[in-house]
Ligand binder design. Sequence first.
Ligand code: MN
Length: 147
Amino acid sequence: MSARVRYRGGFRWDGVAVEGYKPEGSHFRDVSRQVLFGGEGPRELRYFEVEPGGWTTLERHQHVHEVMTLRGRGRALVGEEIVELCPYDLVRVPPMTWHQFHAGDDEPLGFLCLVDRERDRPQRPSEAELADLQRNPAVAELIRGRA
Ligand code: MN
């Protein structure tokens, strides 16, 4: 097996399967996942792509996300903060911090995400936690219909 995996263009790599974002659930829309580095090492590097108008699950967990956007534009909720995303921006999601990634309306948002291979299960917000997040009007607008 070669040390190199060839890039094929179009945010695809030789032998890397384009998978569904998560095996089940309905709290996300139009997201695909490719595992670029996985298996043996202590870390995994994934490439996620959110289609225009799509979003990832609003969730939190102990494990950290280290993200670099590669493609398109969008926004992310990280804790109380809404950040605009452009290619090559870096985003760190600390432990137990609510987060969600949104593509813009007219282009996909593609990003690399580095995580520990062994990681805890994501938690979804309870009704009370959701109400707490929605106290911030900008956050309420961002996650409306998407939480
Ligand atoms: Mn997450």
